[in-house]
Design a protein around this ligand. Structure first.
Ligand code: BTN
Length: 261
């Protein structure tokens, strides 16, 4: 379907600032998952910067095989094909988090906190998340699909989600403009991907640390064989891995293995 008029207006106003990010926007009234559409398109040769958005998803997914609730009209469900140098690909999720926080701030005035590796938080609750899925990471440049879900309004969430989630509309106390949020998030994503691609890892990581400061220094756990180990998350390293303090010393853990307690 065509891009809705409000969103098309916001995208047109930000065309220069977005550059190739969103040079083509494919819009669905409903689809299984915008990540699936983006992965299919990327494998078929679609250019980096192509964006896929849906009003609702029937099979929205998050990390660890979780379902991403995608009720119509209540969220931003967007996936972007991104190309970056291989050496920085492990930092893409953190860079995308920075971009989403900056895009949300620019479009709504709301301050979002980041929780490693891929959560957007406000007021102690989750307001969005990022699911990065590889298309090709063994060649230059690496191609990745970045899927972003942001709760714009409270939806008909199941109780276990409602207990932990919030929405931009709830936090702002007024309606938010989906087109503006989308457009400003793409502007910020272009900026962060450009910075990362230029090899300026420290700018991205410093910004991430600032936005994540209130949600670091907390207890985490992970499995080691049959045992569950615990430690305190203290920082990230230059690859984006979590640095965890334990009685035996400092460990580097990746996103697949860590759970927040
Ligand atoms: C998470 O927090 O676990 C990540 C959630 C990512 C959800 C988005 S919504 C758009 C895109 N399509 C999907 O199926 N997932 C991502």
């Amino acid at each position: 379907m065509p891009v809705p008029a409000d969103e098309a207006g916001a995208l047109a106003r930000t065309a220069d600032a977005r550059g190739a990010m969103g040079h083509r926007v494919v819009w669905y009234a409903t689809t299984s998952s915008t990540n699936d559409r983006a992965l299919d398109a990327a494998h078929a040769g679609a250019a980096p910067g192509t964006v896929f958005v849906a009003d609702t998803q029937t099979g929205g997914r998050g990390r660890r095989g979780r379902t991403w609730q995608s009720p119509p009209g209540a969220g931003l469900y967007v996936s972007v094909i991104v190309a970056v140098p291989r050496e920085v690909v492990t930092l893409l999720t953190l860079a995308a988090g920075v971009a989403m926080a900056e895009g949300i701030q620019a479009s709504t005035g709301l301050a979002v906190q980041l929780k490693w590796p891929n959560d957007l938080w406000m007021d102690g609750r989750k307001v969005g998340g990022i699911l990065a899925e590889s298309v090709q990471v063994g060649v230059e440049p690496a191609i990745v699909v970045l899927g972003v879900g942001v709760n714009l309004a409270h939806g008909a969430w199941p109780p276990e989600v409602a207990a932990l989630a919030t929405s931009l509309q709830h936090e702002a106390g007024r309606a938010v403009d989906r087109g503006l949020v989308l457009a400003e998030c793409l502007v910020a994503l272009r900026r962060c991907v450009d910075v990362l691609s230029a090899g300026d890892v420290s700018t991205v990581l410093d910004r991430w640390r600032t936005l994540a400061a209130t949600l670091l220094r907390r207890a985490v756990e992970w499995d080691e064989g049959a045992a569950v180990r615990t430690g305190t998350a203290v920082d990230v390293d230059d690859t984006g891995a979590l640095l965890v303090e334990t009685p035996e010393g400092r460990l580097c853990l990746n996103a697949g293995e860590v759970r927040w307690r």
